[in-house]
Design a protein around this ligand. Sequence first.
Ligand code: SAH
Length: 230
Amino acid sequence: MNTHLSREDLLGIGMTSQRRRDQLIEKLRSAGVCDDEVLQVIRNMPRHLFVDEAMSNRAYENCALPIGYGQTISQPLIVARMTQALLGSDPARRPKKLLEVGTGSGYQAAILSLLVDEVYSVERIYELYTRTRGLCRRLQFSNIHLKHADGGWGWPEHAPFDAIIVTAAPEEVPQELLSQLKPGGRMVIPVGRMDNVQRLMLIERTQSGYEAEELEAVSFVPFLSGRVNQ
Ligand code: SAH
């Protein structure tokens, strides 16, 4: 496989002009995303490389897109809101070491990798894990660490984490993930069944327990247990 990408690959000449990226950023801003650093990272990320090639002309629209195996890359607005909630507003308390459950295309992990020191991300579908591992290498994201595993168990060897982001919806928050969060750490997770309203939750671990806040109604693919090997 090609080990590096040309400038044209990154810019997506023709289909993904800078103007369309700028329009997306304006949409996010008018929908209430105000963290300039988050907006800047989204503006510069070549999202067209993370979606199916047939869909790459839609990569800068504010919509979820298929990435194969029945999974989707989230809508940019949701990525922006989740990232913003995870980072918090206090620069002094910015997470450094972060866990993502549900690597998928790697887009969310790539965004985070430019905002925190280390991103650990787990994916249960083997094919998605290997495809994204290849893309991360080509894009030289050396602080993204990937594992093929059931994320319900977190990544105990690297726990505890300053922050945890879950990009598939379980019916309840997995206990193991709560226990891998540092005191003072934050988790952003969609909770609920697919045929029902899912709520995006922001959970903070305090010295004595956990505090949860509901952010908004969302629609994510289900969080499933076990690994898929093909
Ligand atoms: N963050 C991804 C979103 C992908 S969709 C992106 O930016 O593209 C959610 C992903 O979560 C899917 O790839 C799905 O296979 C994965 N997933 C669901 N349950 C999981 C689990 N228990 N452990 C690990 N990955 C899981």
